[in-house]
Ligand binder design. Structure first.
Ligand code: GLN
Length: 310
């Protein structure tokens, strides 16, 4: 397996020249576009990693999966999906114009910023408690208490987050967001700034693949029904406005973030973390896509694949 992962990194590393690192804050801009890494964990507890896998990066939009889990546990499906849809979208992740159309009564899904900000607001507790619940969940899932948020990234997110601020105020105006807008945004900026490495990310993948349960059974974050919803939402909405093509070509439920991380889940089998900060025009790791596509083919991981019959 390690040899295979190494080969896939070698094969796909040329792709980084066609991508660009996110440049809206200095810390992301300083990432090395040549970095590529992958970690894969299986249900027997085996771990296979290759490339740049122990560098820390911020989780960014990948946090939206964890906040959706917490909001669903706190409120139930009906309440959450009365405020945010379950439909994919061809809009970029930070689009806001649809929110101002009178026909649209809620954001398309919880993986675009507008939907994710509502989801964060629905986690029970004041803003400190909300963030602590998110951080605690990630620490328990990864069994890694050293995970924290990066202060520098958080400050920059906050300083440059006017688009998210505009989205949140519009949501408040439409009656979709309860509580203090700035406090909800503060949690959102902090959750995006949580820092981890690929081993941690693969553990989150394995936790989801195992029905929101850590392998040792020490932490059960949600029930199997919610786990299934999370994986379905990742499949249909996890790669922004590239989710359809990603599903067709890779067929592994995944969620990306602008720092170049991709969280991937092969239900009942594997948790996978991929890192490559050079991004395509949708904001997804460009080499990460190539590696996952090849890995899916090599190991037969496409969840939509039809088995050949005689
Ligand atoms: N902090 C980023 C934002 O909200 C995260 C987005 C992302 O990873 N796509 O704009």
């Amino acid at each position: 397996m390690n040899k295979l992962l190494e080969r896939l990194i070698e094969k796909n590393k040329y792709l980084v020249q066609y991508g660009q690192v996110a440049d809206y804050i200095p810390k992301l801009k300083s990432a090395n576009p040549e970095d590529i890494g992958i970690c894969l964990l299986d249900m027997d507890g085996n771990m296979y990693c290759s490339g740049v896998y122990n560098k820390k990066f911020t989780i960014q939009s990948i946090s939206k999966v964890i906040t959706l889990m917490l909001a669903l546990v706190d409120n139930g499906e009906e309440k959450v999906f009365s405020k945010v849809g379950l439909e994919s979208t061809d809009e970029p992740f930070n689009s806001l114009y649809k929110l101002d159309l009178s026909l649209e009564n809620k954001p398309a899904n919880p993986m675009i910023n507008s939907g994710a900000i509502i989801v964060t607001s629905m986690i029970k507790g004041n803003h400190e408690e909300k963030f602590n619940k998110i951080l605690e969940a990630i620490r328990k899932i990864t069994n890694n208490n050293t995970i924290d948020y990066n202060r520098e990234v958080y400050e920059s997110e906050k300083e440059t987050g006017d688009r998210n601020r505009a989205i949140a105020y519009l949501l408040k105006n439409k009656g979709l967001l309860e509580g203090d807008v700035e406090e909800v945004l503060d949690v959102y900026f902090k959750q995006c700034s949580i820092e981890l490495d690929l081993i941690d990310l693969a553990k989150i993948g394995l936790f989801l693949a195992n029905g929101c349960r850590t392998l040792d059974g020490g932490y059960q974050g949600c029930n199997i029904e919610i786990a299934t919803i999370l994986i379905a939402v990742m499949t249909t909405c996890g790669m922004y406005d590239f989710s359809g093509e990603f599903a067709a070509r890779v067929g592994i439920p995944s969620k990306s973030g602008v720092s170049g991380g991709i969280l991937s889940v092969v239900p009942n089998k594997y948790g996978i973390g991929v890192y490559g900060p050079a991004l395509d025009k949708h904001g997804n790791s460009i080499a990460g896509f190539g590696i996952l596509k090849d890995l899916s083919e090599k190991l037969g991981l496409n969840i939509f694949k039809i088995c050949k019959r005689n």
